[in-house]
Design a protein around this ligand. Sequence first.
Ligand SMILES: O=C1C[C@@](O)(C(=O)O)C[C@@H](O)[C@@H]1O
Length: 229
Amino acid sequence: MDFESFVLAAATADLGDEPAAREDADAVEFRMDLATDPLAALADYDGELPLIVTNRADFEGGEADDGDARLDALCAAAEHPAVEAVDVELRTASEGDGGRVIDHARDHGAAVIVSTHDFAKTPEPPKLRQLLDRACEYGDVGKLAVTARSTDDVLELLAATRASAAAGDRVATMAMGEPGRHSRAVAPLYGSKIGYAPVDPAEATAPGQYDLATLRRLVAELESKPTED
Ligand SMILES: O=C1C[C@@](O)(C(=O)O)C[C@@H](O)[C@@H]1O
């Protein structure tokens, strides 16, 4: 996966969801932190969709204790041939031991997504750009998920997405929460390269997600098509 075009990832803790995701998803995001024995599940994986592996730390809204074991598991996962991208938090990349995961992923041919989340708010516009810039310094894709409290927040996120993409960075953005839901459908038009949606809406991995089939349909319908004139 080079993320040159938009990738819709079915986010799940259960790789058994893959057959159900095939029709609508381009990839599966395997939330290792939410799975019971993620490396065993990965060893048994023989699905068709490529995998993005995420072992989200507790300090960033996930359930994995931060520490060596979390990063060791990500490194082991990166060795699986179906794993085409590895997700690392910006904080882990910049302040923690994420460098070894990034190097290991690249050594095994996997792309690196560097993520940062704000679960309370949408930061001011200069900060949005700064977060995307920093995430792109470490990752092949810089991902920013914020919390929208109004549609104005979404406008600012879309503007930052557009500006980063126009500057040549590969970014993925989404606004979490109800007022931000539509960002998941429209951000691809402004340059966002990854969307996340659960196969089963009861198993959302973030607030405000559409279910997979809905997001696929919305993105496809909004996709700009060449005009005939
Ligand atoms: O970082 C992200 C984005 C996300 O938080 C979202 O808002 O869709 C969902 C997570 O599963 C994924 O790791």
